[in-house]
Every structure is written in structure tokens, then in C-alpha cells.
Design a protein around this ligand. Structure first.
Ligand code: ADP
Length: 485
């Protein structure tokens, strides 16, 4: 079958110094299809020695790569962009198989992921410094940008391709070499990308891909070594905090894209159809397995019942199934643990008095499916009022005043994104400025865009990816002071 052929063809080894090779210990790990629970294939499982090999390769390649002209680095990124489009069918299917998302969404992610390469290809030749007269007049400041150096990149399983290109793109554009460790649950997308990077002309050792089931053991010594000068991490806040401590040892530069607890606020003056569509995007994209997913939906009281009814009706029409099947809109969750977590949060809410408008019970049969679920009347003490759900569960809570809504939105340790639906421009701006988050969507349920700065405040992280700022994360500023005779 096409699926079996594709799995057979994908690289399954470590990509170190431009070579494909097994883990030194010969270990492998299983990659599972979450829609069936069965093993798709095995891939090499790196140990500490392999991690060192990868970092040494990145270290050795750094001076040479920093000297590659920006235009050439841009060309590599553009070729990789083109190759991703040429191979979009394979990349999308591979992603659906290992991660579960519906094919249509996988195609969307291939496109989104490739866009980071195009964006940073364009940025690579626009790295600018400055020349400035000192206020005293007797000196000049030359301000230059230099690559930060070898970088460690750690990515999660929910967007297996885009979270990689969002880091590799700016690293390459800035002239940094890297070791990327994808999530062990979804390594195939990044392994396929390694082939593309090689074909695009990225020199040996510049990007190294190391898959491991023992991320903590393999990465900690590398971080603590001080050889890498930068860590860019996307994942949970708990792991991010641990990594920040490790980075403190050598005062490494960090970019941290951590958890979120997005609120979606619908005011009574909103276009309700658009608000429902926006909520569907913000909630159902990636089956809710996104740090930008609307986790808390607040609706002004006069339209709350109508909104909940329409949302439940639309979510009830979503087709759940294997992502590879035509017309499927909701795939499985990533694994059994994730599904249990979602079920626990729903059970806890229901036990404490929430009303189930839709769903609420996991599906029987193979695969880690969870049905679209809508809850209302959720008591204050329910865990899902505070915890990240990471599933297709929409909790709807009414509010009365704008002030009350803002307080509710900000009542969380997170601050990644929020969404606001209103037709009143003044209100939109007032609320956008008052909510504590790195991003705000106004009358739209998606904020991710390679050309915009993605990132959070509070426990949602440090730094921004994409936009003009994305490349800055991989650049150091050097000020050269010149005395004038
Ligand atoms: P998620 O909830 O998305 O799985 P994690 O933070 O557990 O978030 O995982 C994100 C990435 O961080 C994955 O690639 C995972 O392997 C990696 N990771 C998990 N624990 C550690 C650790 N102690 N050190 C380094 N990387 C880790």
C-alpha cells in the first residue's frame, strides 16, 4: 500500500554530520499510529554518546557556516521550501500517520511549515546593523549582528513539521548550526525533512537530527556543556522550567514556547456566526492539541445559550476517524495518556456539576479517539477552568460585563494567546490591550503566521518565533566602539 511504501522509504536513523547512522548502542524506539495504536516502524534511539556526536558536529560546522554568504543561506532555505512543496503528499501522509491529524490539516501544516523557510530565506539577506555617532561626538558605534552559535532545538509532537522549521529556518538564516531533537512520539516528519535539507544543499553538520526516548538524559549534559550557545524549546511549561535551570549554568540564550490557556471571549455585539466559526477553529484545529487552543470560552450572558447551542450543533457534525480517511475532520489524540487526561478533566467537571451538551465519553474501539465535547455550567472549582485541556473539549462560561471578562481571561498563570469577538472597534482594542498575552486574535480563531511574532508572556514563555523577531533569537548584537583622533 501507499502507506506501507512511504513508511518503508522514510529514513529511520540519526542524522549526524550529514550522515545517516544507527544509534551507537543499536537501540530503537517504536513509532505508533495513534489512530490504530499499532506500531508503524522503529527508528534509531539515540543515547548520550550520539548526542555528543551531534553537538560536536554542530560545533565543528559553526565557523564555516557562519562564513557562508547570506544569499547562499537564503538559497538553501528557498530550495528546501520548494522541495517541501514537491513532496507535500508524502510529508502530509507521514504526519497524519504518526500524529493522527486529518490529512487536510496535515497539508495545511506542510504549507505552514514550508512558509517558515520562505520567510527566513527572505530575512537572511536583511540582517542589519548600525553605524552611529557617539553623543560626545568623538567616537563611532558600529553595531553588528553575528550568529549566536551552535543551537539546541527541542520540538513537541503536536506540529511535528512546523515546530521544526520554525526553529531551523531562523537558525539557518542567522548562520547558526544546530542539533534538533524532535518529540519521540513523532520523529518521522523531521527525519524526512533532514533528507530535504541535505538535498537543498545544507552543509554536513549544520543541521543534526537526534531522536531519543531519553530526552532528559541525552539533552542535559549537552545543555550543561556550554558548547551550544542557544536553546530553543517548544513544549510544556514544566519541562521548560527545568531546561531554563540547566541553561543558567552557562547563561545560555533561550527561546521558550511553553503552555497556554487561551480564552476566547464573545461579546453580545459579535457576529455570532463568525464567533462560532472562530471558536471552531480555535478549538478543533489539531483536535485541540495546540498551545493556542481555546481552553476557556467566555460568552456574554445574553447570547451564551444561543452560542453554546450553535457550537454544540456544529461540533456534533464533525466527522471523527482515522486522519487518512476522506472527509475526516477530527483525528485521534496522540496517545492513551493524553486521552485519559482529557477524560479526567471532563469527569471532574461533570462530577462537580457541569452540564454536557455534547460528547463527554471516550469512543470504544482501537485508536485514541475522543469525541468533540461541549460543557456548560462549569463550577469554579473544576480543574478544567485552570488546566490546559489539549483535546476537543469546549467549556463555555457566561459573563456579564467587559471588566469581568478581562479579569477572568487574566486569571491564569499563562499568557500565550487570547481571542476576542466583537464588532465594536473601541472594545476590541480596549480588551486586546488589557489581556495579558503575547498574542490576541480579533474576530479570528487563528493567530499563527510565519510573518508575525509568535510567543507568550508569563508562564507561556520567553522570546518570539517568526516575524522580524524570529531571526533575532539566533543573533547576537556586537557593538564595536571606534575612537576618533
Ligand atoms: P508535551 O506535553 O508537548 O509532550 P513536553 O515538554 O513533555 O511537552 O515535550 C516537549 C519536548 O521536550 C519533546 O521533544 C520531549 O521529548 C522533550 N523533553 C521532555 N522532557 C525533557 C527533558 N527533561 N529534557 C529535554 N527535553 C525534554
Amino acid at each position: 500500500s501507499r502507506e506501507a511504501d512511504l513508511i518503508a522509504a522514510v529514513p529511520k536513523q540519526l542524522f549526524i554530520n550529514g550522515q545517516w547512522r544507527d544509534a551507537r548502542g543499536g537501540r530503537t524506539l517504536d513509532v505508533v499510529d495513534p489512530s490504530t495504536g499499532s506500531v508503524l516502524t522503529q527508528v534509531a534511539d539515540a543515547g548520550i554518546d550520539d548526542g555528543w556526536d551531534a553537538l560536536r558536529a554542530a560545533e565543528a560546522a559553526q565557523p564555516g557556516f557562519a562564513a557562508v554568504p547570506p544569499r547562499e543561506r537564503a538559497n538553501m532555505l528557498m530550495r528546501a521550501f520548494d522541495l517541501m512543496h514537491e513532496r507535500k503528499d508524502d510529508l502530509a501522509l507521514l504526519m497524519t500517520l504518526e500524529m493522527g491529524k486529518p490529512l487536510a490539516e496535515a497539508y495545511g501544516e506542510v504549507n505552514y511549515a514550508a512558509e517558515f523557510f520562505r520567510h527566513f530565506a527572505e530575512e537572511a539577506t536583511r540582517i542589519r546593523g548600525n553605524y552611529q555617532t557617539a553623543p560626545t561626538g568623538n567616537a563611532r558605534f558600529l553595531i553588528a549582528k553575528q550568529p549566536v552559535g551552535p543551537s539546541l532545538l527541542i520540538t513537541p509532537w503536536n506540529f511535528p513539521l512546523a515546530m521544526g522549521t520554525r526553529k531551523i529556518g531562523p537558525a539557518l538564516a542567522a548562520g547558526c548550526t544546530s542539533v534538533l531533537k524532535p518529540a519521540e512520539l513523532t520523529p518521522l516528519s523531521m527525519l524526512a525533512l533532514a533528507d530535504i535539507l541535505r538535498e537543498a544543499g545544507v552543509p554536513d553538520g549544520v543541521v543534526n537530527i537526534v531522536v531519543t526516548s531519553t530526552a532528559g538524559d541525552v539533552m542535559e549534559p549537552l545543555i550543561r556543556s556550554g558548547i551550544a550557545r542557544k536553546l530553543s524549546f517548544t513544549g510544556s511549561t514544566a519541562v521548560g522550567k527545568k531546561l531554563l535551570e540547566q541553561c543558567a549554568e552557562h547563561v545560555m540564550r533561550t527561546s521558550m514556547e511553553l503552555g497556554g490557556n487561551a480564552a476566547l471571549v464573545v461579546f453580545e455585539d459579535a457576529d455570532l456566526d463568525k464567533a462560532v466559526d472562530g471558536a471552531l477553529m480555535a478549538k478543533m484545529r489539531n483536535s485541540g492539541e495546540a498551545c493556542t487552543a481555546a481552553n476557556r470560552i467566555f460568552v456574554q450572558r445574553s447570547v451564551a445559550e444561543e452560542f453554546s447551542r450553535r457550537l454544540a450543533q456544529k461540533m456534533g457534525e464533525y466527522r471523527v476517524g482515522r486522519g487518512v480517511e476522506e472527509g475526516v475532520q477530527v483525528g485521534p489524540l496522540i496517545n492513551a495518556t493524553q486521552r485519559e487526561k482529557v477524560q479526567e478533566l471532563v469527569d471532574d467537571a461533570v462530577r462537580s456539576g457541569a452540564t454536557v451538551l455534547l460528547g463527554g465519553e471516550p469512543a470504544a474501539g482501537e485508536g485514541y479517539f475522543y469525541p468533540p465535547t461541549v460543557l456548560t455550567d462549569i463550577p469554579e472549582q473544576a480543574r478544567l477552568r485552570r488546566e490546559e485541556i489539549f483535546g476537543p473539549v469546549a467549556p463555555v462560561t457566561p459573563f456579564d460585563t467587559e471588566e469581568e471578562a478581562i479579569t477572568a481571561v487574566n486569571d491564569t498563570e499563562y499568557g500565550l494567546t487570547n481571542y476576542v469577538f466583537t464588532q465594536d472597534l473601541n472594545r476590541a482594542l480596549r480588551v486586546a490591550e488589557a489581556v495579558e498575552s503575547g498574542m490576541v486574535g480579533i474576530n479570528q480563531g487563528v493567530v499563527s503566521n510565519p510573518a508575525a511574532p509568535f510567543g507568550g508572556i508569563k508562564a507561556s514563555g520567553l522570546g518570539r518565533e517568526g516575524g522580524e523577531t524570529g531571526i533575532e533569537e539566533f543573533l547576537e548584537t556586537k557593538y564595536i566602539g571606534i575612537a576618533l583622533e
